[in-house]
Design a protein around this ligand. Sequence first.
Ligand SMILES: [Zn+2]
Length: 187
Amino acid sequence: MQINVSCPICGKHPETIVHALWSCYNIKGLRSACDFLMNIKVAKNMQFLDIMILCISIMRTEEFELLCMMLWRVWFCHNGMIHDSKLFDVSEVMPWATSYIVEFKRANTMDVREAGKWHKQLWKWCPPIADKFKMNTYAAIQSEVGRVGVWIIIRDSTGNVLASSAQNIKAEFSPTIAVAVALLRGL
Ligand SMILES: [Zn+2]
């Protein structure tokens, strides 16, 4: 079986991490719009981790934060293009990364009541596309009694509930495992 390892965006180079996140032509355009990346000189044989170490040694903290968020978004868009055939619009990367950092910092400085209101506004449920289903899960840990609660709901594109479940499990899971168990039981 032959596997195509070419970059799905330019089709000219192997799709390495360095290429996808740093060297591909559309990322070059994005980088040239960032003043704080002007002084980053990347040698040909550098690995991605080397580039990050170089960046963190030169940049101010807030610049490095923005770079990390931009790269995260680039990777997300890259996958969206491969798996969902979504257009990779590089011009939205910088505004998205900037607003994410602003919201993240805001969320970490607000009080609980304000955070609840903000959470409701931001995380409005969106239906799946037609003929698809969406599963949402939630898990809560009651460590003092050694139990974990999991909630599962599956809805269609019109919002109709197709299945739901609330379970109380005798277990002492970490938060990550509790979320994974909720997903697994939903599936
Ligand atoms: Zn490329």
